[in-house]
Ligand binder design. Sequence first.
Ligand code: SAH
Length: 447
Amino acid sequence: MITGHERRLQIDSLTDKGDGIGLLDGRQIYVTGALPGETVSVLLHGIKPRYAQGELQAVLQPHPARVANFCPHDSCGGCQLGMLDYPAQLDLKRQRLQASLAKRGIHTEVAPCLGMDVPLAYRNKALYAVRPGSQGAELGFFRKHSHDLVACDDCALQPSLVADLLVEVRAWLSACQIPPYDELQHTGVLRYLMLRDGRQSGEWMLVLVTLGEELPQVEDLLARLARFPALRSVVHNINPARGNRILGFDNRILQGDGVIEDELDGLRFSLSPLAFYQINPEQTRRLYQAALTLCGLTGQETVFDIYCGIGTISLFLARQAARVVGVELVPEAIEDARQNAARNGLAAKTEFFAGKAEEVVPALYRQGYRADVVVVDPPRKGCEPAVLQTMLAMAPRTLVYVSCDPDSLARDLAVLLSGGYRLEQVIPVDMFPHTLHVETVARLVRS
Ligand code: SAH
């Protein structure tokens, strides 16, 4: 195998990052932009003993559902499946979930992936890096596997008001010569912009993330933004740290009260800049509805919501249960959860605990807490063994597992299935159209 040679290749599968994989001369070849089943020609480089990179030159035999990519900025790497027809994306996600389960010996029927009606402009949060460009500060996203900026201010996954707001931000950056952040030198002023909207309330928040306390001529920016009545809050966030973390912990309100409100299925939530909130409101409603339906509540149950964030699922459950106990690592999120419960008249039915689920849930069990139904919604790495073991000891009649990672889901389901539960339903939900991510809700019942 020789660097720079063009070779023909058959793509067999996709990596977790969405690159196509094919085999040549005993090596796995990774090809960005190629789909399973396709024959492509690639330029070889990065040759290692077991693998190599193939730069896509031509698609010789396309996937039957290949379409022209809807996005002109595909080098940002955010949407790995932009060249696949939407129904085929949903099918692919279902198959990948089924394959992850099968690897753990779980052979079950996976329901069709619940998709969006119109899979565009779905994000309620936009994050832009601010970096030096050829003409001063440039806004955009990082290219895949790098911190090179792909300039972009019309991402199709975001509502069009983002682009309108960015016009004013750009005008301010250039008129006031705001120094962009230089990552290598760790100098400059403006590092990131975050925009967040309450889809139901129509309220917007802009967060300006700077390296230090200084934010020059911000009055100029606020004056330019005055033509957007939907912009309820503008917040200055200071992040002095090196590294990949976007927001710091120090927030200073520049306009409004520093929060926005949103509504999900009749429940009201207040969102501060750092609060975790699901990104796709239309699909969040579908996901939570599916989780709620799978719980099969009658109004009499005590329900645990483990990894509860700001209590969104907890409050969905509390409307139809006797009592909900929420557990979450981040103390500020638990504070938000308590306030959200009070705001929605559900404080008397809910109890929230801050701490590691693997410590708090066993401690609650020792204190005598029991559950009729348990919902878990862990981060990508899944549930700690102590959480799974305590769930099995509590022996609720129903377990509902909400997962953002099919592999950790499959691993944890295998434990629960050998602990006396039966898998009844597995429903994938498309929270991030055009990306490879898939969210899953699964229902287990005690056999
Ligand atoms: N159910 C919520 C949040 C799900 S995201 C929603 O739908 O909005 C997963 C949550 O798990 C995050 O809020 C994260 O802070 C929390 N988390 C991560 N590790 C944890 C741990 N060890 N114990 C408890 N919570 C944890």
